[in-house]
Design a protein around this ligand. Structure first.
Ligand code: ZN
Length: 181
């Protein structure tokens, strides 16, 4: 598929699937803002050379947070994109704490491109936490979230220094904002 078609189709697909979702933060931004941020970060990271990875950035939460199936993704896009999104999708049948633990444990075993995608996702989440934290979260819970993000990111290193720098800056900023509370 032509790359412009692929990316606009992915954007349209993701926007439709997440149409009724908002971010958890106090600003309740449209969910698609997060997807656009992750995809753009990846596009910069690969300097426009991996359209499938950028498309996977747009689609990375559809398996976890919408009714979409992996077969549907493979049919609408391709196996590479479906596999990338599959790699960054938690098993929702597991309890929260177990999912969190598995993210830390499995991060180092992911493919390089899935590591990049996950790092961009974690970076966006920490930027959001600093800019618009969920109102119901205590400072302690927010700090624990940053610490967990750092634990996951530790297993994603060694692939893309620029993305690691983006993550480090987002984590440091989140901690700084939380320390000012
Ligand atoms: Zn995400």
């Amino acid at each position: 598929m032509d790359e412009v078609l692929l990316l606009t189709r992915a954007f349209s697909f993701a926007a439709r699937k997440h149409a009724h979702q908002r971010r958890k933060g106090a600003n309740a931004e449209p969910y698609v803002n997060h997807l656009a941020e992750v995809a753009h970060m990846l596009a910069v990271a690969v300097q426009g050379r991996d359209a499938n990875l950028v498309a996977a950035g747009l689609l990375h939460d559809v398996l976890e947070d919408t009714e979409t199936t992996r077969d549907e993704l493979a049919a609408a896009f391709n196996d590479d994109i479906a596999a990338l999104v599959g790699e960054v999708t938690d098993d929702k049948s597991l309890p929260d704490q177990e999912r969190k633990r598995l993210q830390v444990e499995r991060a180092p075993h992911k493919t390089d491109r899935a590591k990049m995608l996950k790092l961009a996702d974690k970076t966006s989440n920490l930027r959001d936490l600093a800019a618009s934290p969920p109102a119901s979260w205590s400072t302690k819970r927010r700090l624990a979230y940053v610490r967990w993000g750092r634990d996951v990111a530790a297993g994603l290193r060694g692939v893309h220094p620029w993305l690691e720098g983006q993550f480090d800056a987002a984590a440091a900023r989140a901690e700084q904002v939380l320390a000012e509370k």
